[in-house]
Write a protein that binds this ligand. Structure first.
Ligand SMILES: [Zn+2]
Ligand SMILES: [Zn+2]
Length: 353
């Protein structure tokens, strides 16, 4: 197999040849046809997360080994089944749930694999979709996209379930009660699509880019607020007609967390999703007096992936804009994302797909 791998943190991806893995036990070998390029790939490529105050969390210390084929938004064809794998056959097209764990703990057995304490996520702790082949540990990690565009379906494995799971944590909120989405990149447009599919009618998007705000309004946002400069919380509350009940922060940096927290109403909840980095100091009496919730949300689970794919198959989830790029241009795609030149999602496409 061939991979476009991180060989050195921060250096261009390199094309390398590896032995094609042989599926063991319940494993399924997948021939990758599509793989989304996710913003979190940039952090894996750089090798750390910024924790604020000059502190960094090294991914190497957390068990990320190089060389690594990144890529966790994978769609492909079943190529070969391990001796204990059932339920799929060679040639079947499947979305691969990448946030896999040990497979045996209570969280994994409850299909909350993303809450496993020993994560083995594809494209993070083991090779992912920036390659010609990938191993799925179990057929239950495979979801049939049906007639969905595979390039769009690939994005449901990360950006899709990430926003779906975050929005589920905010609900129930009445359809006309404003929900604020911070960040209008790939995740933001996905969040808009999911909220609309769930029949939510009042969605305020915040972004510093005028182009991305316009894309969000075109995609059905009720209002768009400029997230740059001072007084962003005030502008959000003006747009919402007062402090807001639910905010999803898809950027989650020091500046966005601060204005998001400042715009919450009594009983409000801020769900933090992005991995931009930084820190937030909370006024503790306000947390209590206003009964506020700040909750983190990390990707999603296989149940949520199946629910989201079902929503898409019912036709209520508008497909987000994707652009495909040949797999061999993985490095160029990653650099385009790094330079902030991407509206919607870039998806690597195998030459044969
Ligand atoms: Zn991702
Ligand atoms: Zn586990």
């Amino acid at each position: 197999m061939r991979a476009w791998a991180v060989v050195e943190n921060g250096a261009p991806l390199q094309q390398i040849d590896l032995p094609t893995p042989e599926p063991k036990g319940t494993e399924v070998l997948i021939e990758v046809t599509h793989c989304g390029v996710c913003h979190s790939d940039l952090h894996i490529w750089e090798g750390y997360y910024d924790l604020g105050g000059g502190k960094k969390m090294s991914l190497k210390d957390r068990g990320v080994m190089l060389p690594l084929a990144m890529g966790h938004e994978i769609v492909g064809r079943v190529a070969k089944l391990g001796p204990e794998a059932t339920g799929v056959k060679p040639g079947d097209v499947r979305i691969v749930f990448p946030w896999v764990g040990c497979g045996t703990c209570a969280a994994c057995r409850a299909e909350e694999d993303n809450m496993c304490l020993t994560p083995r996520s594809l494209g993070v702790y083991q090779n992912g979709g920036y390659g010609t082949h990938v191993i799925a540990p179990h057929p239950r990690h495979l979801v049939d996209p049906g007639t969905l565009d595979p390039a769009v379906a690939a994005t449901y494995a990360c950006s899709g379930i990430t926003v779906y799971s975050a929005i589920r944590k905010l609900m129930p909120i009445a359809a006309d009660e404003p929900i604020v989405v911070i960040g209008a990149g790939g995740l933001g447009l996905n969040a808009l699509a999911v909220l609309r599919a769930l029949n939510h009618r009042s969605i305020i998007v915040v972004d510093i880019s005028e182009e991305k705000r316009r894309a969000a309004l075109d995609a059905g946002a009720t209002k768009a607020v400029d997230g740059s400069g001072p007084d962003v919380a005030k502008r959000i509350m003006e747009a919402a007609g007062g402090p807001v009940l639910g905010i999803v922060d898809l950027v989650n940096g020091t500046a966005t967390a601060r204005f998001a927290f400042g715009a919450l109403r009594k009983g409000g909840k801020l769900v933090q999703v992005g991995l931009f980095g930084g820190e937030l100091s909370l006024p503790l009496p306000l947390m209590a007096i206003r009964a506020l919730t700040v909750q983190g949300s990390y990707v999603g689970n296989p149940k949520e992936l199946r629910e989201l794919v079902k929503l898409a198959q019912e036709g209520t989830l508008p497909p987000l804009p994707v652009a495909t790029v040949p797999q061999s241009q993985a490095n160029e795609a990653l650099m385009r994302l790094r330079n902030g030149k991407v509206t919607g999602r870039l998806v690597l496409r195998a030459e044969a797909a």
